[in-house]
Structure formats: structure tokens, C-alpha cells
Design a protein around this ligand. Structure first.
Ligand code: VG1
Ligand code: CO
Length: 544
């Protein structure tokens, strides 16, 4: 066996977005494309000698090939130990857990999360640091700089490793361990939640639940935790086998893409509880009987009830939410007398706050919730949190949330996505809005008067780093807010996201359909920004 030095040429555009580098599979299959990015990571974190690296992915098409390349490159770059998920599988939160537990230098996670997979779908790669969290912007910027000047990479000339067989191998002095992807993670969950109580709920013969793994990475985790450790009936987990193309579906847990699950919670004889996760297992959608739980509300209710959960019984230090997420959690923080931080979109911005012990819970409107137990959002964790809460409070999910609204008021929220729109037109729309910002306050649209308008920027309270242009937000005098931003995870054209939220505390107006409650705000948004004109679309592609 020998280390080979391979000459390579720069590929344009290897700049990580909201969560790693995401491109079409076809792009990643170009000779040297993956290798360049991996070498750029290793160059940035060098020296690699003597360190442990965690490697795994969401099982999508090209996952196994990419892992074989990464194993040979990691060995050539001097890592002493690699921990690789069996079958190439590691959910994003499990990878974070394993990095922390085994004191690794970091991990490489292969996933394009909620984006579709298969030969014509998407692929992605991200690096997480030794705290188990996504690389902060300073690091992703350095990796990107490396990709702009790279001219060679190192790779071991060796056979493929058998990814399916648990055990230890040696490759040119590097110990390679194929590990159970579920065990460490399931143990961590058992340490946070009251499994006995949840087991009693799931086996009482009355409570019926379903978990939809959407043929993505959480299948093996859900089967181990729900069906084996918590005693739920076999078949509780549906679409539980990870497939390279996610069965042709979109592994995005929202009401549009998880319609099979939504049907089980509605109609005749609905179930009591349903949940789904995304491609890499960091998102969650939670449903009650005939009830949809908005992720913004989920964070707020969790914060208000954390004391019921063993892992958080001592109370929470603080909360953080991404800027476009509704302000429901802020109200809870205020009541608890703790701080609620507002960060840019993307989990990497929570890392410093979690490491510094400033926050215990955090979340995003995009079906992401998590805590300081790892440094990623965590789909299964959120589902377990809710099950534990339902078991302790002995109330249906919908009732718990409605009680919360009665106490705190309701922050109506919805997000409208316009997918794969013309990139230039989308950029023009945002540019025009930015140009208008100073003149907007005081102007009226659809009968609503604008109170303030800005482009969100963030100064990290721990390291002082600044992040600008994170979304145009417009606040109206009735308390309503609209946020406009372009997605940093899409791979085709641009995706425009428009977020709406509005507070309501009139007890007779807490049960409306958000699309109706926010209708005036939507009219005002279109009048300010010209959404229909710039996108050429009459209505959004996805509403969540
Ligand atoms: C989206 C979400 C963001 C989330 C990110 C990664 O980013 O809006 O909240 O953190 O996806 O989630 P964007 O830039 O497309 O809006 V995951 O589950 O795809 O890693
Ligand atoms: Co994800």
C-alpha cells in the first residue's frame, strides 16, 4: 500500500451554503470533485495525525462510493482512527453524538438532508468540528479558500473496506472501526427521557402512534428506539428501510411530502401521535390527532415544559431561535426570566451559545429543534421529547398546545417557498427590497403600516464574529412580520422563502387556519416585494 499524490484542478463554486456543500450527484461524480473538497477540509484542520475522524451519511445514492474515497484519503492524510457507521449510515445527530462521545477531531457527514436523492438527485458533504457541531463560517470560509488554490490531494492506494461488517480494520497505520450507528445515540436518548413512562404509554393498548422514516436514515434508529426499547408494536415505524433514492420521495417531513403520515392522523379513526424525520434525521414533524404542530410552537412549548423531562428537570439556561422563526419562544423566555437569542438561519449559529452554556434549547421554523445534548438539530430527540411530555401530562398533543396558546397567546406562522425560480430575478427582487429599506417605515400596504424594515445581521455574542445580509424583515404596526430570504441549500435556480408571523391573544381567535389569519400580511408582502411579478408564480410551491 502506498500514499499517492494526485494532481488536481480547481472546481469553481465549492462554497458551503447554509449546511455544507450541496450539489447535484452528477457534479460530485466528476473526477476529483469530492476529493478536492475533502482535501480542502483536511488542509484546513491539519495536522490530522493522531486524531480520530467520524464518517457516515444518510444512505443516499453515492454515499458508499464517497465513504470509500474519504476512508482512503483520511488514512493518507494521517488520521490515526476512523469511526465509520455500518453500511455507511450515520444520522446527523448521531454523528454529532459520536464525535463528542469519542473525542474525535470532527466528522464528515454525507447528506443533502431533505433534498431528493438518486442519480439525478442531490448529494452533499459537511464537516463538523470537535464539539460535534457544524463548522462555523470562519472554518467553512477557510475550506472554500483552500478549494480555490488546491492542486493535489493525497489518497491511499488500497482496496475498498467492507462497510457492512462490524469490526476493526487497519489501513496503512490507520485503525478503521465499522461501528453500530445506533447504539451510542440510543443510549444518549435513554439518559435524557423517562423510557419507563413512555413504554407504559406505548404499550397501554390505547395509544396509537406512527413514525414515518421516509426511507431515509432514521429507520434503524426509530426501530431500535420505538419498537425495541420502548415496546411499540412492530410496524409503528413505516418506510423504515433507508433507500438510495428514498423510494423516489422527497425526504422532507412537512405536510406536503409526508402525506401518508398526515392521512393516518386525520380522517376516520385517526391515530394519537405521528412523526416524521428527514433525509439525515435532524428534522422532525410532529402531529397529534387531527392536529398539526408548528415547529415554532414546538420550541416554545418544549421550553415551557422542560421541567417535566428528566434531562431538563433542573431548568433551562436560555433559548435561541433563528430569526425567521416566530417569536413564540421569546414569550416563554420572558416568563421564565431567561434570554432568547435570535440567530441567522442555520444550526452552525447555535454552536457557540450551546458551548458557552448560554442556551439549553434551540430551534428553527424549518422543522428543527434540539438541545445541548448534541450540536445538531435532532429529529428523534424532538419526537421523544413530545412523547415523554404526553406521557407525563397525560394529555393529547393538541390539548397541550392549545393550553399553551391560552396562556401565552398564539404566534400564527407560515412559510411560503417558491422553488427553482430564476436566480437573477430572485436576486433582483431582494436587491430592490434592500434598496427600499430606508424609505419603507411609515408606508402603507394592504392597509398595514410598516413600522420598521431592515436586513438582519448578527454579531455572535461569544466570539464577536459578524454575519450580514441574513434576510430582509419588515414589521408592521399590527405586530405582524414578514421575512424574505433566499435559500442556501437548494441546487437548482433560486428558492425564495417568505416567512409570515403574527401574534394573537384574543381567546376567541386562537383557532384559525394560519393561511387565513395571515392573509392580509400576505397581501402586504406581495405589494411590497412584487413576489408574483418577480417569480412569475401565482402561488408558492410549498406551504409549511
Ligand atoms: C434550510 C432551512 C434552515 C436549515 C437548513 C438545513 O436552509 O431554512 O433553517 O437549517 O435548511 O437543514 P435554507 O438556506 O435552504 O433556507 V437540513 O435538515 O437541510 O440540514
Ligand atoms: Co436535515
Amino acid at each position: 500500500m502506498a500514499i499517492k499524490t494526485i494532481s488536481t484542478q480547481v472546481f469553481e463554486g465549492q462554497k458551503p451554503g447554509t449546511s455544507g456543500l450541496r450539489k447535484k450527484v452528477k457534479e460530485f461524480q466528476r473526477s476529483g470533485y469530492l476529493e478536492n473538497f475533502v482535501q480542502a477540509i483536511f488542509n484546513t484542520i491539519a495536522p490530522c495525525d493522531g486524531h480520530t475522524l467520524v464518517v457516515g451519511g444518510d444512505g443516499r445514492f453515492f454515499n458508499r462510493e464517497a465513504i470509500q474515497v474519504i476512508i482512503r484519503m483520511a488514512a493518507a492524510n494521517g488520521f490515526s482512527r476512523l469511526l465509520v457507521g455500518q453500511g455507511g449510515i450515520l444520522s446527523t445527530p448521531a454523528a454529532s453524538c459520536i464525535i463528542r462521545k469519542h473525542q474525535a477531531r470532527g466528522g464528515i457527514i454525507l447528506s443533502a438532508s431533505h433534498n431528493p436523492g438518486g442519480p439525478d438527485g442531490d448529494f452533499g458533504i459537511k464537516f463538523n468540528g470537535d464539539n460535534g457541531g457544524p463548522a462555523p463560517e470562519s472554518l467553512t470560509d477557510s475550506i472554500y479558500q483552500q478549494t480555490l488554490s488546491i492542486d493535489h490531494y493525497l489518497i491511499e492506494d488500497a482496496e475498498d473496506v467492507n462497510l457492512d461488517q462490524l469490526g476493526a480494520y487497519s489501513l496503512a497505520g490507520t485503525a478503521i472501526e465499522i461501528i453500530d450507528p445506533v447504539a451510542d445515540y440510543a443510549d444518549l436518548m435513554a439518559s435524557l427521557f423517562d423510557f419507563e413512562r413512555m413504554k407504559a404509554l406505548l404499550t397501554n393498548g390505547k395509544f396509537r402512534m406512527c413514525f414515518d422514516a421516509m426511507h431515509a436514515v432514521t429507520g434503524p434508529y426509530a426501530k431500535e428506539i420505538f419498537e425495541r426499547r420502548l415496546g411499540a408494536a412492530e410496524g409503528t415505524v413505516i418506510n423504515g428501510v433507508p433507500l438510495e433514492d428514498f423510494g423516489g420521495g422527497h425526504p422532507d417531513p412537512n405536510q406536503v411530502h409526508a402525506h401518508e403520515l398526515v392521512a393516518l392522523l386525520n380522517g376516520d379513526n385517526p391515530m394519537d401521535f405521528g412523526a416524521a424525520s428527514d433525509g439525515d434525521g435532524d428534522r422532525n414533524m410532529v402531529l397529534g390527532k387531527g392536529f398539526y404542530l408548528n415547529p415554532c410552537d414546538s420550541l416554545a412549548v418544549m421550553a415551557a415544559n422542560a421541567q417535566y423531562i428528566p434531562g431538563y428537570a433542573e431548568g433551562i439556561a436560555g433559548i435561541a431561535r433563528s430569526m425567521p422563526t416566530s417569536r413564540a419562544a421569546d414569550r416563554v423566555a420572558k416568563k421564565l426570566g431567561i434570554h432568547c437569542y435570535e440567530t441567522p438561519t442555520g444550526w452552525k449559529f447555535f454552536g457557540n451559545l450551546l458551548d458557552a452554556g448560554k442556551i439549553t434549547l434551540c430551534g428553527e421554523e424549518s422543522f428543527g429543534t434540539g438541545s445541548d445534548h448534541v450540536r445538531e438539530k435532532d429529529g428523534m430527540w424532538a419526537v421523544l421529547f413530545w412523547l415523554n411530555l404526553i406521557a407525563v401530562r397525560n394529555q393529547p398533543l393538541g390539548e397541550i398546545v392549545k393550553n399553551h396558546w391560552t396562556r401565552y397567546g398564539r404566534d400564527y406562522f407560515t412559510r411560503h417557498d417558491y422553488e427553482a425560480v430564476n436566480s437573477e430575478r430572485a436576486a433582483d427582487m431582494i436587491e430592490r427590497l434592500r434598496g427600499q429599506l430606508p424609505d419603507l417605515p411609515g408606508r402603507e400596504f394592504a392597509g398595514l403600516c410598516i413600522e420598521s424594515a431592515d436586513d438582519f445581521s448578527y454579531t455572535d455574542p461569544i466570539d464577536g464574529s459578524e454575519t450580514c445580509n441574513q434576510g430582509v424583515r419588515i414589521c408592521f404596526d399590527n405586530g405582524g412580520r414578514v421575512v424574505f430570504r433566499l435559500s442556501g441549500t437548494g441546487t437548482e435556480g433560486a428558492t425564495l422563502r417568505v416567512y409570515f408571523d403574527q401574534y394573537q391573544n384574543d381567546p376567541t381567535l386562537l383557532g384559525q387556519d394560519p393561511q387565513k389569519a395571515l392573509a392580509t400580511l400576505m397581501d402586504a408582502a406581495d405589494q411590497v416585494a412584487g413576489i408574483i411579478e418577480y417569480t412569475g408564480r401565482e402561488k408558492p410551491d410549498v406551504i409549511t
